[in-house]
Design a protein around this ligand. Structure first.
Ligand code: C2E
Ligand code: MG
Ligand code: MG
Ligand code: MG
Length: 280
């Protein structure tokens, strides 16, 4: 009996692991093809100021697979595990640089900043900075319109190296956004030491801001940011009431479905022109 059950258990466990590995393997093979066939696309989510003018955007990657849009949560982790993130990540930076360079010849779009996400795995790689340099010298965008979004996990492994890397990126003109703030391990000293420019308040705080306790958390983050001279962005703003309270608490910029979902390039450009040429 026991032996029988034991064996069954073992078989089930084994199958799960096999399935997981083969699913990852399948995604990896498909991702490899996706790189070759250029199946990736950047979407752009508007970032607005307190007057609802568009000041920038966040570039978010999508995989267009057989006409269907695959969100990054479904393939970035596999890309990180398999090392394919280097190629994909380089493509993201290059595409972002091209966009900013393109927008420079447009009276309205040239004011728009673009933030792109980089993975910790990608940054850890020896050649990362060189790749960035090569892309910038090839495309020649106005780097001060480019923002790099990193997460707090960048600081965990090798603090000295991360410090050095960010310093060099800043010297090249990039602004540094700290993404998903509040979900990781950041201390105030990290914020100061690493010369972050913009702090992105994680959606989980925005979700709670209408409650008394949630409001206190956000207020604490904003007060700290102001003292450290950091700009703040609220992520995932979905309701007008949240927008009102966040404004009252002093948040500088806003992103969320209340204003717009991540948009295709042309849709985003239209959105900017509509909002930024209208009267208040
Ligand atoms: P993130 O950088 O924190 O991006 C914010 C995510 O929240 C995006 O999901 C965005 O579509 C979503 N979002 C924005 N506003 C709202 C809202 O009002 N409500 C809700 N429910 N969601 C909202 P997305 O595009 O699926 O990206 C998920 C994560 O994947 C990103 O989180 C980022 O960590 C990663 N990612 C996206 N693009 C890239 C990329 O090009 N490279 C790397 N390495 N990671 C990326
Ligand atoms: Mg981000
Ligand atoms: Mg975020
Ligand atoms: Mg996030």
């Amino acid at each position: 009996e026991a032996k029988h059950r034991g064996r069954n258990k073992y078989v089930i466990f084994n199958t799960d692991v096999k399935e997981k590995i083969s699913k990852e393997y399948t995604i990896k093979t498909m991702l490899q093809k996706a790189i070759e066939n250029e199946e990736f696309e950047l979407f752009y989510q508007p970032k607005l100021d307190r007057n609802k003018r568009v000041v920038g955007c966040e570039a978010l990657i999508r995989w267009i697979k057989d006409g269907k849009v695959v969100p990054p949560g479904e393939f970035i982790p596999v890309a990180e595990k398999s090392g394919l993130i280097y190629e994909i990540g380089k493509w993201v930076i290059e595409e972002s640089a091209k966009r900013v360079q393109e927008w420079e010849s447009d009276e309205i779009l040239k004011e728009i900043s673009l933030a792109f996400n980089v993975s910790v795995v990608q940054m850890r790689r020896e050649g990362f900075l060189n790749d960035v340099r090569n892309i910038i010298s090839k495309i020649k965008p106005n780097v001060s319109n480019l923002e790099i979004e990193i997460t707090e996990s960048v600081f965990i492994e090798n603090k000295q190296r991360a410090l050095h890397l960010l310093e060099l990126l800043k010297r090249m003109g990039f602004k540094i956004n700290l993404d998903d703030f509040g979900t990781g391990y950041s201390s105030i000293s990290v914020l100061k030491e690493f010369k972050i420019d913009i702090l992105k308040i994680d959606k989980s705080f925005v979700d709670e801001v209408l409650s008394k306790e949630g409001r206190v958390y956000v207020k604490t983050i904003i007060d700290m940011s102001k003292n450290l001279n950091l700009l703040t962005v609220a992520e995932g703003v979905e309701y007008q009431e949240q927008f009102e309270v966040l404004k009252e608490l002093g948040v500088d910029y806003f992103q969320g479905y209340l204003f717009a979902k991540p948009l295709k390039k042309e849709e985003f450009e239209e959105f900017v022109k509509k909002l930024n040429t209208s009267k208040f």
